[in-house]
Design a protein around this ligand. Structure first.
Ligand code: ADP
Ligand code: MG
Length: 223
């Protein structure tokens, strides 16, 4: 999507598929690192969990495109099928949390056959709000919200200032900074919270996978 500036930017279903496929590739490449982060403050399965989930999402996309009877997918429908696939295949806390993220994002776009970049940011925001609701957490608790929340507020700020170019790159930068900022935090949610002060000094695996998803979004939309 090279010419983002000033004009209204539409988000196509193909762009969402490209994002999901790049996410699957990147999560596979970094699965070991994510698992090592989870070995430090959890049970050492986060990389395996998200790799399994997004591999299943890529397989779902492949299966659908090979099926001549499948209806033409739209953005909301693809996000919903992604949610269902993740809920079915990802073990651990991150399965229902990422499932909720994509499900709430899908619901937010249900009435938008031709969503804009602003609609997508609002939808991902609704997804993050869903994670906060079902997980009972908030930024500062050392979770995926520490990447998602600053990323989406940076994206919103960029959009409202009218500078829509680089909006997703700004979001990805904020997500990576947010993930790094979890290192000195003490975990207050999830398995890592059982460690109390011993969770300090390690980067949160879920915040790291969320930053990978947001960087994949920026890179895939860049074309
Ligand atoms: P599990 O902890 O069940 O083994 P994973 O290892 O796949 O699941 O995922 C762990 C990640 O899930 C954590 O690093 C954290 O980012 C995220 N997480 C756990 N609980 C919550 C919660 N209540 N709210 C938001 N994110 C959470
Ligand atoms: Mg784990």
């Amino acid at each position: 999507m090279p010419a983002l500036a000033s004009t209204t930017v539409f988000v196509t279903e193909g762009m969402i598929e490209a994002w999901l496929r790049l996410s699957a590739t990147r999560l596979r490449e970094r699965s070991r690192e994510l698992t090592e982060l989870d070995q430090a403050i959890g049970d050492g399965d986060h990389g395996i969990n998200v790799d399994r989930g997004f591999t299943a999402v890529a397989a779902m996309l492949d299966g659908r495109s090979a099926d001549p009877a499948a209806p033409a997918p739209d953005v909301a429908g693809t996000l919903k099928q992604t949610a269902q696939t993740l809920i079915r295949t990802v073990g651990g806390a991150s399965g229902p949390l990422y499932g909720t993220f994509f499900l709430k994002a899908s619901a937010s776009l249900a009435g938008s056959p031709q969503p804009t970049l602003g609609d997508l940011i609002a939808a991902l925001d609704a997804g993050a709000a869903g994670v906060a609701t079902i997980g009972g957490g908030q930024p500062g608790d050392k979770t995926m919200l520490d990447a998602l929340t600053p990323a989406l507020s940076a994206a919103r700020e960029r959009l409202t200032s009218g500078a829509v170019d680089q909006v997703l790159a700004v979001a990805a930068d904020a997500a990576e900074a947010g993930a790094a900022a979890t290192i000195p935090m003490q975990a207050r949610k999830g398995r890592a919270s059982y460690l109390g002060e011993r969770s300090i000094g390690h980067q949160d695996p879920g915040a790291t996978s969320s930053a990978i998803l947001l960087r994949a979004l920026a890179d895939s939309f860049q074309g």
